[in-house]
Ligand binder design. Structure first.
Ligand SMILES: [Zn+2]
Ligand SMILES: [Zn+2]
Length: 331
């Protein structure tokens, strides 16, 4: 099969993914083989490819927002019929036995595997995954529309949940890429007022089109204080600016898997019971709950489609703010 292979981490400007032939994977016990139709391009893929996340498998096929159809099943895998449309997300597998898995926090599992990082992902014509960690994809979304829901969507949803934002609340987004452009649609559905701070004028425009009541530059102060804010850009210097925008007792959620160093904080920015917390991965419950609400709304993802062979070009566009909404590889 064709796949984009990362042999060793390098800057995306050097086009490090090799579009090449690799053996078709075979589903093991409890696994399904999925014929990939679309795979979203996530900022985490950039962190994997450029080595900001230490290499865990080499070479590796990146990609963890996979939509396709079940083409074969391994021994003991009975959950999906042949031809069922399914999705694979970042959380590829957990041990099910550690203290986190046993307490409903499998996103923090001590021995997890991650799609497109510790195991091969979806920048390929096919992928294998444990059926218990595969999602049914609701009807009503084209394959390329559904792909960004699987990471950008699910992680944005977990950020919304952990922010504690409620109907009538004021929520800030710092960075307005793939995750924010989906999460804003959920927030609006919940009756939340959204404030979007992002450096890119086109991203500000998209935020306004999706119902933001205010948009501004990353370091501009919103006109009202916020009940919660979500930082989705990987830049630590945003944290003090976002804290400055919070009301007393407000919650700041950091949604990225990687962030540059956070500068020293004046304690007054944190005092008055403001909370800063990170978000790590997601549980399968987050995924199922999000896909349900996504179908109800229904979420409309803005996508820019690239052929699989042009994954390097898609990654370069993402890195340099050239994507409005989400980039998706069509296979
Ligand atoms: Zn575990
Ligand atoms: Zn992702």
């Amino acid at each position: 099969m064709k796949a984009c292979l990362l042999r060793s981490p390098a800057k995306v400007e050097t086009n490090p993914l090799d579009y090449t032939d690799v053996p078709l994977p075979r589903p093991g016990r409890g696994e399904v083989l999925i014929r990939v139709h679309a795979c979203g391009v996530c900022r985490t893929d950039l962190h994997v490819i450029e080595g900001e996340l230490p290499p865990r498998k080499s070479p590796v096929i990146p990609g963890h927002q996979v939509v396709g159809i079940v083409e074969a099943t391994g021994e003991g895998a009975h959950r999906f019929a042949m031809g069922a449309r399914v999705g694979v997300a970042w959380l590829h597998h957990t041990d099910g036995t550690c203290r986190y898995c046993r307490s409903g926090a499998e996103n923090l599992c001590d021995s997890p595997s991650f799609t497109g990082y510790t195991v091969d992902g979806g920048y390929a014509e096919a992928i294998v995954a444990p059926e218990d960690f595969v999602y049914a994809i609701p009807e009503g979304f084209a394959d390329e529309q559904a792909a960004p829901l699987l990471c950008a969507g699910i992680i944005g949803f977990r950020c919304l949940r952990l922010s504690g934002i409620e109907h009538g609340g004021r929520l800030g987004f710092y960075g307005f890429g793939a995750a924010a452009h989906v999460a804003i649609q959920v927030a609006r559905h919940w009756g939340v007022d959204v404030y979007a701070a992002t450096r890119d004028e086109k991203h500000q425009q998209l935020a306004r089109e999706l119902g933001a009541v205010w948009t501004g530059g990353t370091f501009d102060a919103p006109p009202e204080s916020l009940d919660a804010a979500i930082v989705l850009a990987p830049a630590g210097e945003i944290v003090p600016a976002a804290l400055r925008a919070l009301r007393k007792g407000g919650v700041l959620v950091l949604g990225g898997i990687h962030m540059s160093t956070i500068p020293p904080l004046d304690y007054n920015l944190l005092y008055q019971e403001r909370v800063v917390r990170s978000v790590a991965n997601n549980t399968r419950e987050d995924g199922r709950d999000f896909l349900k609400v996504a179908a109800e709304i229904p979420i409309r993802s803005h996508v820019q489609v690239f052929p699989l062979a042009e994954a390097n070009r898609a990654l370069n566009a993402l890195k340099h703010d050239g994507i409005q909404g989400a980039a998706v590889l069509k296979i």
